[in-house]
Structures are given as C-alpha cells and as structure tokens.
Design a protein around this ligand. Structure first.
Ligand code: PAJ
Length: 320
C-alpha cells in the first residue's frame, strides 16, 4: 500500500495533473480516508470557505478544485475578467485545512482546447429557464466539468452552495440520472453583513455599484415579508413585489425575478411546498444572482435567506 505523506502543515498539496491526483486519492482511500470535494472557480470568499468547512467536518481529506471552466462561459461573458488569485486562494485553503487543491491547466481538462470536447453532459428542462435562458449552454458547461471532476476525484460527498440554486438542482439531477456514487450536499447561501450575497464577481463592482447592489437583498426581503407576515400565496404578486423593489435602483438592471418550485424549477401560480424565489440583475457589466427559498404549508411560511456570516459548525448543511 502506498504511503500518503501528510501535507506540510499550513499548505495544501497543489496538483495540476489528473493522473497524479488519481494516484494520490487512490492511496488515501486505500488507507480508509474519506474524500470530501468542493468544486470552485477560485477567488475564495466566505461562501467557498463555508463549503470547505462543511467538508472538513465530515471527511478525513478535503479536495478543492480550482478551475475557471471556459465551457460554462458564453462568448460575450466575463471569462477573461473572472477574478484569479491563486496565492490568496492557497492561503485560504490552508486556513481551512484543505488537503489537496486540484488546479489543472485548461488542456488537462479539455485536451485539444479550444476545440470543443466531443463528449459533453446536457440536462434537459431544468436548464431552460432562469439563468439558462440568458446563458445558453452555461449549465451544460457546468454539468460537463462537474461530471469530469467527480470522475477524477471520486469523492463520497460533494458540497455546493445554495447561492447557485439552479446549479445545485442541475447537479443533483445529473448525479441521480447518471447513477454517480456521490452524495450531493447543499450548503446555506452566505451573505455580506449588509445582505449582498457573496460572490467572486463582487470584486468587480465599483463602490457605488457595490452599494446599489444591496437592493437585490432588499427586494427578496420585501417578498419574504409579504409571504411570511402578509400571508400572500399568489406567486405573481410575490414576483411583482420583488421585481418592483429591484427596479428602484438606477444602477441595477433586473434580468429576471421568478417564483418556481424548488426541485423542478417549474413556474408556480400558487405558493405551496418548497418555493424558490430567484433573481438575476446586472450592475454595470457585472451579473449578480441571488435567491431565497420559502417552505409553505398549512402551518405557515418559513423563509430561508441564508446566513449573514459563514457557518462555523458542521451540520448546517442539509444532505437533501
Ligand atoms: P464558484 O462560483 O467558484 O462557486 C463554487 C461553489 O461555491 C458553488 O457551489 C457555489 O454555489 C458556492 N458559493 C458561491 N457563492 C456562495 C455564497 N455566497 N454562499 C454559499 N455558497 C456559495 O459555482 C461554480 O464556481 C462553478 O460553476 C463550478 C461548480 C465550480 C463548476 O465550474
């Protein structure tokens, strides 16, 4: 049996090649160490850290992938401008006791790049609405890279943020449909103290835009209040209240505000069961998304807007 050297304290092992990662993780599994996986595109913030912490609480070895996946960016999107900070990210990963950072060059993931890969993963239905309409091909790019990463890492559990609610629904579905032997865990949406959902793209906002962007959270809060305290059960009226708040801010251009079923993402008329209220808006040329879920039954409505600071205890992630 290969011996797995412990990574030097304070520094994760950085691996760039698939074969090397496989060999390292095979050896770890042979020593009965369980592998928890957090896929990312880097530029870490508290949202990413909360996933690493959840993984660390439940696994011996945490693997974080750091790969800005060109397949999920459209031709006019911000691939070139996507924030990159390898040194800062490695320091964060070290602080969160991440064992391995997998940071492959693009040709390691897509041999022959920029020629498009011949094999991709596409998910019907779930990817048509919400961000799927404005970003054609985006979720197929996500599904393809996530499937490849699962194949390379072979984790027992993978952690995703509820911030990207449609992505989480897509990943759950692909894991189920392709019988992938990995448990998908959804973790709470983490917000800045003023309510703005944490995002690597927030770094690209000017101070005035950053201030204006808080209207997104205020819109969701107004909707939450209407349902939880006002007893509103009409999806159209909820949608309009959220949208109206978002259009009060000059620097923010609403792309969509939708009220859908949380699992199927099908549009709703009446609020019942697990409801996802999802919004996307452009602030300058930065595209931001946010959401909340509301559980509605005969007893009333329970709103989940996420957490204002990173959760520190394991157990905050529901394995649903
Ligand atoms: P990225 O945007 O780097 O996000 C990595 C993970 O962090 C995702 O699961 C995302 O939902 C989670 N995350 C981001 N902001 C969060 C927040 N404010 N609160 C909680 N979780 C948050 O999502 C991607 O990368 C990519 O699409 C990827 C899955 C890595 C595939 O390329």
């Amino acid at each position: 049996m290969d011996h797995v050297p412990p990574h030097p304290a304070g520094r994760p092992l950085v691996i760039e090649r698939v074969a090397e990662l496989r060999a390292h993780l095979d050896a770890a599994r042979a020593q009965a160490r369980t592998v928890g996986f957090v896929p990312t595109m880097g530029a870490f913030h508290e949202g990413h850290r909360s996933l690493m912490r959840a993984a660390r609480g439940q696994h011996d070895l945490v693997v974080v992938s750091l790969f800005v996946n060109p397949l999920q960016f459209g031709p006019t999107e911000d691939l070139a401008r996507y924030p990159r900070d390898l040194e800062g990210d490695l320091a964060v990963a070290a602080a969160e006791d991440v064992g391995v950072v997998f940071a492959p060059p693009v040709e390691e993931m897509y041999p022959g790049f920029p020629a498009p890969p011949l094999t991709t993963v596409a998910i019907a239905g779930l990817t048509d609405g919400l961000c799927g309409s404005a970003r054609p091909g985006h979720f197929d790019g996500v599904a393809t890279v996530v499937t490849k990463l699962f194949s390379v890492v072979g984790p027992s559990t993978a952690y995703f943020g509820k911030k990207d609610a449609q992505q989480l629904a897509v990943v759950r579905r692909l894991a189920a449909d392709l019988c992938l032997p990995v448990k998908i865990v959804g973790c709470p949406l983490v917000r800045e103290a003023d309510g703005l959902a944490m995002s690597s793209r927030n770094r690209n906002l000017s101070p005035a835009q950053r201030e204006a962007a808080t209207v997104i959270h205020r819109g969701l809060r107004a909707g939450a209040e209407l349902v939880a305290e006002g007893g509103e059960r009409d999806a159209g009226r909820l949608r309009r209240v959220v949208a109206n708040v978002l259009t009060t801010e000059e620097l923010v251009r609403l792309e969509y505000a939708e009220v859908v079923a949380a699992d199927t993402l099908a549009p709703l008329d009446v609020l019942d069961g697990d409801v996802l209220v999802a919004v996307a808006a452009r602030v300058g040329d930065v595209r931001l998304i946010d959401n909340m879920t509301i559980h509605i039954d005969a007893e009333g409505a329970v709103v989940d807007l996420g957490v204002a600071v990173a959760p520190t205890e394991e157990g905050l992630c529901a394995a649903r």
